[in-house]
Design a protein around this ligand. Sequence first.
Ligand SMILES: Nc1ncnc2c1ncn2[C@@H]1O[C@H](COP(=O)(O)OP(=O)(O)O)[C@@H](O)[C@H]1O
Ligand SMILES: [Mg+2]
Length: 413
Amino acid sequence: MKEQKKAIVLGGTTPHVALVNKLKERGYYVILIDYLLNPPAKKVADEHIRESTLDQEKVLEISKDRNADLVISSCIDQANSVCCYVAEKLGLPHPYSYKTSLDVTNKGLMKKVFIENGIPTSAYTITNSVDSIDWEKIAYPAVVKPVDCNSSKGVHRVDSDDETRLRVAEAIELSRTGTAIIEGFNQGTEIQVDCISISSCVKVMMTRQKQKNVAEGNAMVLQSYGSIFPAPLSDELKRQVQNIAEKIAQAFNLCNTPFFYQAVVTDAGIQVLEFAPRVGGGMSSYVLKAFANYDAVENVIDSFLGKPISVEPREQTSFHSTIILYMKQGVFDHVEGVEQQQEKGNISEFFLLRKKGAKIDGDVRSANRIASFIVEGQSYDELKQKARNALSSIEIRDEQGNPLLNREIYSSL
Ligand SMILES: Nc1ncnc2c1ncn2[C@@H]1O[C@H](COP(=O)(O)OP(=O)(O)O)[C@@H](O)[C@H]1O
Ligand SMILES: [Mg+2]
């Protein structure tokens, strides 16, 4: 009998549950590598090996020992890089080169490629120490970040040399390579653009505008509480969106690859913040599939295997928004009022993201998302009204019944 094909999946996050299931449907025996004891995708995988997905030598050793046919990850940048590394060593299929994977996990290298290829982005400088900052290259307002972190870790707006020194020191501390990037701040609304490069062209599959709380004073409120899609863009901005997508695909040599970029719509046009050659985490794969005819997980597998992806963006005839529910510090027990809001048509889909008993520190960051929901409407105004109605009737409570929904975040809605 022919031996069953083996796939190694790096990381057992929730979006990887779908990845594991699809691989099994395609006939693979799926081995999950994740150092956690009980990651969400463990229950669907055939086998779980507890090692760090970011330890590329270890992953290489396991892949060799187990004779893997595929090493894959769909939405974790650093894990994607490990996949490319192992695949190049073992001659396995992979979506892009290991070098590209390194360029895209380092914000300094990424900005360099953007600028060399005429992709609009703010000016930047990098540094390994507070004493060697190239002050000539800095204009305020600016943003300081570690070059190789994610989830907004260590990202701050700065408006003075003193603030810059302080935040650069912090960013260097957080960075695995001890490097900070300082770049021009882009004023405007933030968008995310999901695309696929196929052999003949680049298709924009969905645009989303991030919804954010209005910044207080100069503070940069980084976490968004949801998004609206399609993003409200003029024809000229849509043209820029497409043009940038094409330039990114060309600059990073992406062929047959799903990717997305984040950008700011400024008075001077669209400025790119960063891009990733994958599908976004969180609700991305769900909304792409439900509303844009884009089965991201299938496409990622095809991309890894080098099978031509065929997609056609679906014309979006209604408007949608996602709202993420965050709670104040406490122990989560339950969300109430959701069913009535579903009956009233204010909520069209609801997702519980945390289990009863989860301890939440109150910070507005991905790990503290309690639930999310989708609103559907015929206009942006209707979306807003429905979201407001829903939020006013929903509550998050602890076991004692204390109200813990962090309402301040939605005050600008
Ligand atoms: N140059 C900038 N101008 C304005 N906002 C920025 C800039 N850089 C980052 N941000 C804000 O910070 C967030 C996180 O920064 P990003 O570069 O995307 O890092 P991460 O890899 O942590 O997501 C962005 O989504 C955006 O809201
Ligand atoms: Mg980002």
